[in-house]
Design a protein around this ligand. Sequence first.
Ligand SMILES: *[C@@H]1O[C@H](CO)[C@@H](O)[C@H](O)[C@H]1NC(C)=O
Length: 200
Amino acid sequence: MAFLSGLSVAITACLLVNAIAYSAKHGTTLSKLTALQSLVFNNAQATVTLDSTALKQLVKLASNGISQTRTEGVGFSVYVKAEDLTLGGGQTLIYDGVLTNDGNGYDDRTGVFTCPLAGTYMFVVDSLSRKPTSFHLYHNRTIVASLHISNNLPSHTYVQISRTVILRLRKGDHVKVVSDKSKPGTAHRGYSGFSGARLY
Ligand SMILES: *[C@@H]1O[C@H](CO)[C@@H](O)[C@H](O)[C@H]1NC(C)=O
């Protein structure tokens, strides 16, 4: 019995933390929750009984908090559909295969990711290519990362190249992959993609 009470206090406390985080974020029913919180803590040493309406309300608020987080998620993962894509100089890579595009930031007609929600994002660019290949990852007009295949390699050697960056973005910022003007290169299906996700 004591164990069960302890367990229910733990569960309730956990629900409360979620519910309070949610209400703090959304500025709703905070006073109601504070009242509930003191009810739980006052009762913790005696018998733990929460009336079912209060418990239902807590569960509802806690799960609202969770689904809210989920709908705010931004992430995309796209790839090259063509067997062997040959690029022109200074061309934005258009990854036409879309695995995920939560938040609809990535545009598969232009290859540009437009940040729908400010935050800190991680981006990964990878490619299976032959020389001469050089790609640049742009944040707006600034190159923030580059991928390159050494000129010393034999022409028919395929190389898997990759870069990962973490960037702070504001809403409306653009992120894209552009081929180098003098070494545009190639990208191969299944081995070449572009992914990004909002971390926090
Ligand atoms: C990046 O470019 C977008 C679109 O032109 C613009 O709205 C935004 O303010 C720019 N961001 C920065 C940090 O310059």
